[in-house]
Design a protein around this ligand. Sequence first.
Ligand SMILES: [Zn+2]
Length: 384
Amino acid sequence: MKKFTDQEKIDLLTDIIAMKSVNENEIEVANYLKDLFNQYGIESQIIPVTDTRVNLVAEIGSGSPVIGISGHMDVVTPGNLDEWETDPFELVEKDGKLFGRGTNDMKGGLLNLAIAMIELKESQALTNGTLRFLATTGEEVGAAGSKKLYEEGYMDDVDYLWVAEPSVDVIIYSHKGSLNFKITSLGEAAHSSMPEKGYNAINPLMEYLLEVDKICNTDPRTNEILNRLVMSTTIIEGGSQVNSIPDKAVAQINCRTIPEFDNEEVIQIFQDLAKKYNEEKKSKIEVEVTMSLPSVFTTGQSKMIDLTKELAKKYFDKEVTVEGSTGVTDASNLLRDKGPDFPFMMFGPGETKMAHKVNEYVWKDFYLKFSDLYKDLILGLIEE
Ligand SMILES: [Zn+2]
């Protein structure tokens, strides 16, 4: 009966931190986990998302309840390497912490899910119910992996879901959506001494951006947990020469949405306003939605969250709070057709504040203990 030693757990993390799955190459992590599961007789499936990118799904047990456990295999870029004190793709232990890109967000969490699954299989403790491991690709940019899993029905029969994103300090049960736009304004080039011979693409775009900003950011609707929608123009490009009237300008926008003011409504506002501008002015403004992840709103009232709070107290002597969050997770896609009563949470060994930072780390103690907490949680959920 397999029980991973601390050293074996560290070795597993060392191996997958060395895999540079910076928004690509998740297949290396997927193959590694598939091999690992295979050693313990757990079947898993590699699910292609694009030509080069894959998800991995593994399952043990049968029947209900179906417990979904999920994590992403990609990591964000290490950023400026000069700011790192260690090689981001080499696991380094120092002062009770394990350093490396993805230790916190979220290969540490992902491995704890896998370890919990293997140990439950080995101990034959899962006497009823199904445990489904859902590892995704590309969570950090567009979440194509979780979209694929949702579309292919892997969530249809799931009764509980948690993602092991970094949140040891707080259980997150709701989060905002994320919506990206690319707005292109087309004009006509001319010499800047005779602007009337052309049409300046920048001018209507500036007006348009300020108007959508006002509509979105002054809307009074507020979600009790998630607060208000926020919208920001984050990239703007246009023109090529100081004495030429620009014939093209492009802006990109990110919106963080709430259920009361959702992605569909925001998209409609953007499109209607572009139409109005194009009818009333000479402008040619085109609106493209480049990413749309809905918000996740659940009540946070569930046996799963109650039990998790108890277990956090037992394992770490911590009173964890239960809150909403502004960041998005794969749950945006995975919970597309689940209602507010669906038991969902984000809870993993990393700290929320460490995500995407240089010198990323996970506390060794949390990393080593989390699989035991997850096992207790799973066994608690299958109890009649
Ligand atoms: Zn993450």
